[in-house]
Write a protein that binds this ligand. Structure first.
Ligand code: DGJ
Length: 706
């Protein structure tokens, strides 16, 4: 049984394929006591755990009581000094909770609902647990309800607390970065104290993906790892707290910075899902569980092949026109591109970033006959067609702003602040959401669109809205408004592709990936830097959500010149797209692009639906290798990259993973055409030599079961 709910013993055990999670409500010193997260356990194991109760540990008069790692949902009140999940202010100013268990019930074979109520004040907290068995995932969320007749304030409301068993020398793995260098793998020893990761910008932001993992010297192949990630596309916070005695817990959710969320009588605050995954087979095991989780519980239409697309941004910036876009579209249709998209610059008045946002109709000078002739031509050439939009934004120089100057977030008596010359529309208001849904629906219908790239290019500031009076904080209600618009759009147009972008990789959390088909991980398309960004991004996100353009060399950010084949191979590790000035490419480059796009289409089911392995490099830092293996292990593709090659590194012995050791495989080097045959056992136990001829050389090898 995946879930044991033993009501008499007040005990819950949640089981996945390879792990278990347990808590009880026996009222020893905490209403809801955490018992275990990790290896599989029996009900008897858990009974024994309770019998040798860790809560009997003695504490000093200065200690936090009860310890957070023993609580399932530690709340502010009493002697708790460690990081808690929830803090409310009652109508009379009391800022302490005293929650007790009202009920614990299974609401489905894979779900448990815990209802807590305050002993005095009219507050109900619901904790929800769901298991995703095959991904070894525990999905948690919570809600807070004001059941009284007077308003409350929510000062802090995290989705979950995740106690991690004490282990020697825990390591923290995060996916951190900045604009142009997002989601890079960072690993550091965790020191006693609190370690905070967060965003205060109204979007998940560029500093980090809302995710942390804890391990003790895990390698790719081995080691125990606990990891958590948040599904929230706004400001977030994850705090990891380690005590000197090794006690460790992680809390996370919507950022409490400036929250002051009012909770009107009867109102419910729904908190975002936070998922925890425990694995014992190293970082590769962690990645494959998150990928499985994304396939079963996150990405929309996970079995729908994502198209090879084209994006005009780096070629045109704001200088788009019907003729130039038509020329681009024709040139990329000939290469085998399947979706053509115009980025920024196509709409009324948009000659630079100071005007136009809000006026979402084709610019009459750039597209005198509207967008339809281009859409029709693109469709005729066998491609899908799409547009860039940034619906949450407005420029003062726009018809929309002139008509609705009150639709932005702003404080009274304070100047407006601008980011990229733009202001932010108040998506917490229903009328603004309705405008967006109608406008976007109209754009799709009028122009026969198959795709939107949804961008967001400034942080949220002046979080003040008339909707707040109606019962919510802008930090929360903006995201809810955005979700409503995304959900409505997808319901109106189920086949419409949506890409999530925020100045590169600023909005690529599980909440965004639940509602969009892929994300733009970074504006940095230099292939060498991209390898690092993609490595971190795909640690938890499916390669099918990771768009990657092949752009012209040398790249505008890094000024590094790299071969076209290398750039293609890097982009083929995710969602292949082109962003270069193809009409100017030589015949040889166009021929190579046509060949590599065809190759990508051949291996696309592996990259988009297969299992990713980060292969050991014989020369770490100088070379790297990845493979994608089909679920039935009949086929795989290997990518090998030379970041820089020393004389000693020209033959790379690459060991494969994930194959059937008892099967024979044919290995085809797609560049040289060389073919050889090996057993799966040899490919994994010994490895195979892949020649690399110098800086930025790369190789793609196909592995087919004989
Ligand atoms: C930021 C995005 O990351 C870019 O790809 C591009 O769409 C620009 N915005 C357009 O303004």
């Amino acid at each position: 049984m995946p879930i044991s709910l033993l009501t008499d013993e007040r005990l819950v055990v949640l089981r996945t394929a390879g792990s278990a999670y347990a808590f009880c409500w026996n009222q020893l010193t905490t209403p809801l006591r955490h018992l275990h997260w990790g290896a599989p356990v029996t009900d008897d194991d858990v009974r024994s755990l309770i019998a040798v109760d860790q809560l009997t540990r003695r504490s000093t008069s200065t200690a936090t009581v009860p310890r957070a790692f023993l609580e399932e949902y530690p709340f502010a009140g009493g002697l708790r000094r460690e990081e808690v999940t929830v803090k409310l202010e009652m109508p009379d100013g009391v800022r302490a909770l005293d929650l007790t268990v009202r009920d614990v019930a299974m609401t489905d074979p894979d779900r448990v609902l815990v209802t807590l109520v305050d002993s005095y004040y009219p507050v109900r907290v619901e904790l929800r647990y769901r298991i995703d068995e095959s991904a070894d995932a525990i999905v948690r969320s919570a809600s807070i309800t004001n059941t009284g007749s007077e308003p409350l304030h929510v000062d802090q409301a995290f989705s979950a607390s995740w106690p991690v068993p004490a282990r020697p020398d825990p390591t923290l793995l995060t996916l951190t970065g900045m604009y142009g260098a997002e989601s890079r793998v960072t690993r550091n020893p965790l020191a006693p104290g609190r370690f905070t990761m967060e965003s205060r910008s109204g979007i998940p932001g560029h500093d980090a993906l809302p995710f942390v993992a804890i391990d003790t010297a895990a390698t790719e192949q081995a080691g125990e790892v606990w990891s958590v990630a948040l599904a929230w596309s706004g400001s977030w916070k994850i705090i990891t707290q380690l005590g000197d005695d090794g006690a460790l817990h992680i809390v996370g959710g919507v950022n409490d910075f400036d929250l002051r969320h009012p909770l009107a009588p009867g109102a419910v605050l729904e908190l975002p899902e936070m998922t925890g995954i425990h694995t014992t087979d190293g970082l590769t095991g962690m990645t494959s569980r998150w990928h499985r989780f994304q396939r079963t519980s996150v990405v929309p239409q996970p079995r729908r092949l994502r198209p090879v697309h084209y994006n005009s941004w780096e070629v045109a910036f704001f200088d788009v026109s019907f003729e130039a876009q038509l020329e681009l579209a024709k040139s990329v249709a000939e290469l085998g591109v399947e979706l053509f998209a115009i980025d920024d610059g196509w709409f009324a008045g948009r000659t630079n970033d100071a005007a136009g946002l809000g006026d979402w109709s084709p610019d009459p000078v750039k597209f005198p006959a509207g967008m339809r002739p281009l859409a029709d031509a693109v469709h005729e050439w066998g491609m899908q067609f799409g547009l860039w939009v940034e619906p949450e934004m407005v420029n003062e120089d726009s018809e929309l702003f002139r008509a609705h100057p009150d639709w932005i977030y702003q404080w009274p008596n304070r100047p407006r602040t601008y980011g990229r010359n733009q202001l932010m529309l108040d998506f917490s208001r229903t009328e603004v959401q309705d405008w967006a849904i109608e406008m976007l629906d109209g754009l799709v219908r009028d122009n026969d669109l198959d795709y939107f790239k949804w961008d967001m290019n400034r942080p949220l500031s002046e979080p003040n809205s008339s909707s707040v009076a109606a019962g919510g904080s802008v930090w929360i209600e903006h995201v809810r408004g955005l979700y409503r618009v995304w959900d409505a759009l997808r319901e109106l147009h189920p086949e419409l592709w949506i890409e999530s972008c925020a100045s590169g990789g600023g909005r690529a959390d599980l909440g965004a990936l639940q509602r969009t088909h892929w994300a733009w991980p970074s504006d940095n398309t230099d292939p060498l830097e991209r390898l690092e960004i993609q490595r971190g991004f795909s640690m938890i996100n499916l390669p099918m959500t990771m768009a990657s353009w092949v752009t012209d060399s040398a790249h505008q950010l890094g000024r590094r010149d790299t071969p076209l084949r290398f750039r293609f191979h890097v982009s083929m590790c995710g969602l292949l797209a082109i962003g270069g000035r193809v009409p100017d490419w030589s015949d040889a480059d166009r021929a190579l692009a046509t060949e590599l796009i065809a190759l990508y289409k051949d291996i696309r089911p592996l990259v988009q639906f297969g299992q990713l392995f980060r292969l050991d490099s014989p020369a770490p830092g100088l070379t790297s290798a990845l493979s994608y293996v089909a679920e039935n292990r009949d086929r795989a593709v290997i990518f090998v990259f030379a970041h820089a090659v020393m004389h000693t590194g020209q033959q790379q012995l690459i060991r494969l993973r994930g194959l059937d050791p008892n099967a024979g495989y044919r290995l085809t080097h797609t560049g040289t055409g060389a073919v050889s045959e090996f057993s799966g056992s040899l490919l994994q136990g010994h490895g195979v030599f892949v020649p690399l001829a110098g800086h930025y050389d790369s190789a793609v090898l196909l592995v087919d079961r004989l």
